[in-house]
Design a binder for this molecule. Structure first.
Ligand SMILES: NC(=O)c1ccc[n+]([C@@H]2O[C@H](COP(=O)([O-])OP(=O)(O)OC[C@H]3O[C@@H](n4cnc5c(N)ncnc54)[C@H](OP(=O)(O)O)[C@@H]3O)[C@@H](O)[C@H]2O)c1
Length: 218
């Protein structure tokens, strides 16, 4: 399986690239900084330069030629302002979905976030509100498309080692945290588990082994 990952040098993306390479899949990480290519190669993936805030859907569709799946794992990240929440967390996901449709790549996994799908809580700070609105709009865009999409909303991300044990279910799941390594394992499992498309799933640490939790969705 050839999997193109938007935000290819992100923390989840690098973990996912290692998992995919380890099981014999081809991972391709889209990056905007050429200095990040070495880390992507080290993770076992191909690195392709593509600034998702500058590329057109036609440009990205060309990069998706021959792909079996797209994973949107980009994000404006901590320290970014409201404008980049919109230009990355919303618009770059819309761009990838446009490109996937043009290239005929049906399988699309979007990394969203718990909290999306509802208006930001009253009193939320402006940047958090922009983030939640961007994720919510990106999800709505993807649901409206003729793609085999899965929207994955992790809780608070940690850099702890993988536990292999999660709670994965349609919303609402009580808030919690989850290691990025477990998120990567869930994405890898979702990619090759038919019947997991057209679901919005929330993910936190829990008691179910990843494979069993993903199969229970299908
Ligand atoms: N933090 C949390 O607790 C939390 C909780 C739930 C969900 N999430 C979501 O989970 C996702 C992945 O998280 P993570 O921690 O793995 O993210 P991350 O390490 O911050 O990675 C995000 C990646 O997106 C890339 N990116 C940003 N703008 C780009 C552009 N214009 N073109 C191409 N790439 C661009 C960044 O590249 P550069 O290094 O070049 O900027 C970075 O490699 C994000 O969507 C995040 O919102 C986070």
């Amino acid at each position: 399986m050839r999997v193109v990952i938007a935000g290819g040098h992100g923390k989840i993306a690098l973990l996912l690239e290692r998992l995919l390479a380890g099981r014999g899949d081809q991972a391709v990480g889209l990056i905007r900084n050429p200095a990040h290519a070495a880390d992507v190669h080290k993770a076992g993936a191909e690195a392709v330069l593509c600034d998702l805030e500058a590329a057109s859907a036609e440009d990205v569709a060309l990069l998706l030629s021959g792909a079996d799946a797209v994973v949107f794992a980009a994000g404006a990240g901590p320290g970014s302002g409201a404008l980049r929440k919109d230009s990355v967390d919303r618009a770059a996901s819309v761009l990838m979905a446009d490109a996937a449709e043009r290239a005929g790549v049906r399988r699309f996994i979007q990394v969203s976030a718990m909290g999306a799908g509802q208006p930001p809580r009253p009193g939320s700070d402006e940047v958090w509100a922009a983030y939640i609105m961007a994720k919510t709009a990106a999800e709505a865009d993807l649901r409206g498309r003729d793609l085999d999409w899965t929207i994955l909303r992790p809780g608070g991300l940690t850099d702890a080692p993988a536990t292999g044990k999660i709670r994965l279910a349609p919303p609402p799941v009580p808030r919690g945290t989850v290691p990025r390594a477990d998120v990567a394992a869930v994405i890898a499992a979702l990619l090759d588990t038919p019947g997991t498309w057209n679901h919005t799933l929330e993910l936190v640490g829990g008691d179910s082994p990843v494979a069993a939790a993903v199969h229970s969705i299908s």
